[in-house]
Design a protein around this ligand. Structure first.
Ligand SMILES: [Zn+2]
Length: 237
């Protein structure tokens, strides 16, 4: 159920203690010369929609802005970790006042992860009925390695969007054959300044991306999140 499309009376019928709300969190940031800045928000919205449909969750509007300062001087519209965390805490409290006691937060951007820590602790100080909060980052639900505007993200975008400019796609940093130490060092540096590490804002190689791969990766992610959320909700995990 897409909450933003519903009228008040329909929502009131759906908001029961056992309802589950899903909040997708994305970002607005550069994704190389070939993908739109909305890529993370687009991908996480798509996955959230599918997971909500399959599990009967209440799908809330995507938070489009995230913590993307690391992409400076390339384009990013960023809020601080503290601000994003505060928004999420207040949304969870608001859901609690609407009698929703289970919330899943689905993250689509690496830089948001710090804002998603300890939400449960912060919210529980502010609500009367205990609320359960589960936090997932979608790339933990696929076998392939996470990239940025590389093969994975570009393939997924080819599968869900008509905004991909494949002719402009260029290889970026290819982190193959690196020692674990070297990769850790690069990751740390990229978390501070993504452009100084990748030069063109791309981590990976988007040039071989295909719709078919995108569909396969998406279906793996979606079915794993569907399973994981069912397991968490029934408490058997
Ligand atoms: Zn991305």
């Amino acid at each position: 159920m897409i909450v933003r499309d519903l009228v008040n009376t329909d929502i009131l019928k759906l908001t029961k203690r056992k309802s589950v709300a899903l909040i997708p969190v994305g970002s607005i940031e550069q994704h190389g010369p070939h993908l739109p800045v909305s890529t993370d928000s687009d991908i996480v919205s798509h996955i959230a929609r599918q997971v909500s449909d399959k599990n009967g969750f209440l799908l809330l509007p995507t938070i489009q802005y995230g913590v993307s300062f690391e992409h400076h001087p390339f384009f990013n519209m960023s809020v601080s970790t503290r601000t994003l965390q505060k928004i999420l805490v207040e949304l969870c409290v608001s859901l609690s006042k609407n009698h929703i006691d289970t919330v899943i937060i689905l993250n689509g951007h690496h830089g948001n992860q710090d804002a998603l820590k300890k939400l449960q602790d912060k919210v529980s100080k502010m609500v009367r009925v205990k609320q359960r909060i589960f936090v997932y980052s979608y790339w933990h639900f696929m076998k392939r390695k996470f990239d940025h505007a590389g093969f994975v993200e570009t393939s997924i975008m080819l599968a869900i969007s008509d905004k991909v400019l494949m002719k402009k796609a260029k290889k970026g940093l290819i982190p193959d054959n690196l020692s674990r130490n070297e990769l850790n060092r690069l990751n740390k540096k990229a978390n501070k300044s993504f452009i100084s590490v990748t030069k063109n804002g791309v981590w990976g190689d988007p040039t071989l991306a295909t719709v078919k791969d995108g569909k396969a990766i998406l279906s793996e992610i979606i079915s794993n999140i569907v399973k994981e959320s069912q397991t968490c909700l029934t408490g058997t995990g």
